[in-house]
Ligand binder design. Structure first.
Ligand code: SME
Length: 151
């Protein structure tokens, strides 16, 4: 993965002055299309005042998990821990919500606006043990950039 090129393209998408919804959708589409092992890319955000996440933009197979209570699954845990969560083998996770048998690994990175965890980017892969520190760096970069437009 060529981090520099990916970051440049993300910068270009974010500076294109589209609506936030379209920008987030373009980021999902771009990442899923460009990184071979990103098979599902989506954003979840805190649902108003409720302690739950709501699915926003995504690219990949449709999921029934459009609402995830805080604490449930990988996503719900990140909503509470405020930390990156990299799962190299989802079959080893007890607190995991399956979005299909093909998914083998998952990475979730929180988005902070004014130091508050407002949501996250969630990526599923059909390959186990595939995520590295590079993915964390890229996705942290993207989450910081997104925070600036959601601010
Ligand atoms: N696997 C997630 C649920 C969301 S899907 O991956 C789209 C979880 O355990 O929270």
């Amino acid at each position: 993965m060529e981090l520099k090129v990916l970051k440049q393209e993300i910068d270009r998408i974010i500076s294109s002055e589209d609506s936030n919804e379209n920008t987030l959708q373009k980021i999902c589409d771009y990442l899923e299309r460009t990184v071979s092992y990103y098979d599902w890319v989506g954003f979840y955000f805190k649902n108003g005042t409720k302690n739950e996440l709501k699915l926003a933009q995504y690219t990949g197979e449709e999921t029934e998990h459009t609402i995830i209570p805080f604490g449930k699954g990988i996503c719900g845990q990140v909503a509470m821990s405020n930390e990156n969560f990299v799962v190299q083998d989802v079959s080893e996770q007890e607190n995991y919500i399956s979005c299909g048998w093909k998914v083998k690994s998952e990475i979730v990175i929180p988005i902070f606006v004014n130091e508050k965890n407002i949501g996250q980017i969630d990526i599923d892969s059909h390959t186990a043990n595939i995520f590295t520190e590079k993915d964390e760096l890229l996705l942290e970069y993207i989450c910081k950039k997104i925070a600036l437009i959601l601010n």
